[in-house]
Design a protein around this ligand. Structure first.
Ligand SMILES: Cc1cc2nc3c(=O)[nH]c(=O)nc-3n(C[C@H](O)[C@H](O)[C@H](O)COP(=O)(O)O)c2cc1C
Length: 191
């Protein structure tokens, strides 16, 4: 699981990716996380699989998990010290806030939130989806549970505004993964 300056005792970071444009760039997050000393694993929803750059992830030799392990098989990864959900789709964020754990990715997220592990969420939704009444309620629930919300356009902590329709690719291309890693940079290791 480790590379470069990362060792078996390095803190563990799960990058959870979903079905939205930012997932195309998750291999850059793997590199940034490793450069900061994290042992990194990627957890993908089914919808994320179509967006990921599988060649780049293979080149980085990073574990990519999408399904639960089979019963009676060994755990594949150590528990995470921190979790970054980026991009957070409307679907996954609402399910996480509601406590629905019907996929491997949602189980990881729900368990991590329940255990109050350090969690960063980069909500990635259009304005029309964000107008749904569940959205503000879900964000408020996650904030109250201690998750850091990061704006995908500016990196600002405490996301409030959704994306204009049709801007998802451009926002994803301009996104800097350091924005998502900054809130957990020291906290996860020293608290
Ligand atoms: C081209 C395309 C772009 C999408 N972009 C987004 C997006 O930015 N935000 C979002 O919440 N859903 C987006 N979706 C819809 C999600 O992929 C869809 O709701 C999916 O069920 C999410 O599943 P997941 O949360 O398990 O990954 C997009 C779908 C497509 C086909």
């Amino acid at each position: 699981m480790g590379r470069d300056n990362v060792t078996d005792v390095s803190p563990v970071l799960y990058l959870v990716v979903t079905g939205a444009p930012l997932t195309r760039h998750v291999h850059h997050a793997v590199e940034s996380g490793r450069a900061q000393g994290w042992r990194v694993a990627v957890v993908a929803t089914d919808a994320a699989l179509a967006w990921m750059d599988h060649d780049e992830l293979e080149r980085l030799d990073v574990p990519v998990l999408n399904e639960h392990r089979q019963p009676d098989t060994a755990k594949r990864l150590p528990r995470p010290d921190a979790v970054v959900l980026a991009p957070g789709t409307f679907n996954t964020i609402n399910k996480l806030a509601a406590g629905i754990a019907d996929t491997y990715a949602l189980s990881v997220l729900c368990e991590s939130l329940g255990a109050r592990r350090h969690m960063v969420i980069v909500p990635f939704v259009s304005q029309s989806l964000a107008g749904h009444p569940a959205w503000t309620r879900s964000l408020a629930t996650l904030r109250r549970a201690g998750a850091f919300l990061v704006d995908p356009r500016s990196g600002r902590l405490g996301f409030e505004e959704a994306l204009e329709s049709g801007t998802g690719d451009a926002v994803a291309d301009a996104f800097r993964w350091d924005w998502a890693l900054a809130p957990i940079r020291f906290e996860a290791r020293y608290t």
